[in-house]
Design a protein around this ligand. Structure first.
Ligand code: PMP
Length: 354
């Protein structure tokens, strides 16, 4: 065979893919591994689903997604020109990488953080440097004073659940007037303070949020970025040069309902926070190390059993939690907050395992 025949293989983009949490199927599974909301979306979402005119799917959706963007803008007291939407915040963040991280200088993010950040950097060939969290898993703000090609930090951080306050981010922004700073607020609604309040002071700030967690719509894939109009225009230019119709007709309608129902949203969050606080106390009682969380998950270090072993034992009992076999965190589990009943069953299964 001609040895040049397989040359195309040399030009395949080499990436180590992001490994999403398992999505097991079946009944009687307690799924606490991907930070989904244990409660259903609001009633308006159900109403849209039951009355949606399937004939609408014949046409392309509105490429500007103006209805959903203006609803999000209204919620945050911004203009539609300050809102960009995408297929989950993963899509929005990937677009941000493509649009803003084009410098020869490295972008910066924490060493322990959302494990997609380095995957996108590899994928888009963006140089990057990770900054080591301190011994209490806190971000050290002075690490972000060095020259860089951009910064991305989640608040609260994942998988630790630890949040920083607005002064912390203001300080990082003050030291980084020359690069784009992205704050990934996937879990902000569960107890952290949003940096939306800083948007009118910093034109290089992007706040990214999602409907996947606090609005119970992980299955609909809706995420958004809030920023100044120049940043949002740049994002749209890149999006239209990639895929004009990222959001489907149905998701747009579901998103509008989800952001309108403020009462349901607040009740849902309050319930999750109460369950989180109760579960935190139970882990303390078991003698586990557990971090104060501002997210819909807890980061815990078991005692009397390794995290890896406990993860495997729970899985045998049909309870899925997240284990990361990575430096510094291989002795921890990230456990999503489910319903009270689910958390009781988890604690019982743990008591039987240790
Ligand atoms: N950021 C962080 C920190 C996350 O944990 C997640 C969820 N995996 C995302 C962004 C992406 O969420 P989604 O694409 O569902 O909006």
């Amino acid at each position: 065979m001609d040895k040049n025949v397989s040359e195309w293989r040399n030009y395949i983009r080499q990436v180590t893919p992001y490994a999403p949490g398992e999505q097991p199927v079946g009944h009687s599974i307690i799924k606490l591994n991907t930070n989904e909301n244990p409660y259903p979306p609001c009633k308006g979402v159900r109403d849209v689903l039951s009355s949606f005119d399937y004939e609408k799917l014949r046409k392309y959706p509105d490429p500007t997604v103006s209805e959903l963007r203006s609803e999000i803008a209204k919620y945050y007291n911004l203009d539609m020109g300050n809102v960009f939407v995408g297929v989950g915040s993963d899509d929005v963040l990937a677009m941000c990488y493509m649009t803003f991280f084009n410098s020869d200088k490295p972008i910066l993010f924490p060493d322990i953080t959302y494990s997609f950040y380095d995957v996108w950097a590899e994928e888009f060939k963006v140089p990057y440097e990770t900054k080591t969290l301190d011994d209490s898993f806190r971000i050290v703000k002075s690490d972000y004073y060095t020259d860089n090609g951009g910064i991305i930090i989640p608040n609260p951080n994942a998988p630790t659940g630890i949040a920083e306050d607005l002064d912390f981010f203001r300080d990082i922004l003050d030291h980084n007037r020359n690069s784009v700073v992205i704050i990934d607020e996937a879990y902000v609604d569960f107890g952290a303070t949003s940096a939306v309040a800083l948007l009118n002071e910093y034109d290089n700030l992007i706040v990214v949020q999602t409907f996947s967690k606090s609005r119970s719509l992980a299955g609909s894939r809706i995420g958004f970025a809030l920023s100044g109009s120049e940043i949002i225009k740049a994002l749209h230019d890149v999006k239209y040069s990639f895929n004009s119709y990222t959001m489907d007709q149905l998701s747009i309608k579901l998103g509008i309902e989800a952001i309108r129902d403020e009462d349901y949203f607040r009740d849902n969050i309050d319930k999750i926070i109460l369950t989180r606080n109760r579960t935190y106390d139970q882990f303390k009682f078991l003698g586990f190390d557990v971090y104060p969380s501002s997210a819909n998950f807890l980061f815990v270090k078991p005692t009397g059993i390794s995290a890896k072993e406990l993860h495997a034992k729970l899985k045998k009992n049909n309870i899925y939690v997240r284990y990361f076999d990575k430096p510094r965190i291989s002795e921890y589990l990230r456990i999503t907050i489910g319903t009270d009943d689910e958390m009781d069953m988890l604690i019982m299964a743990i008591e039987e395992s240790v």
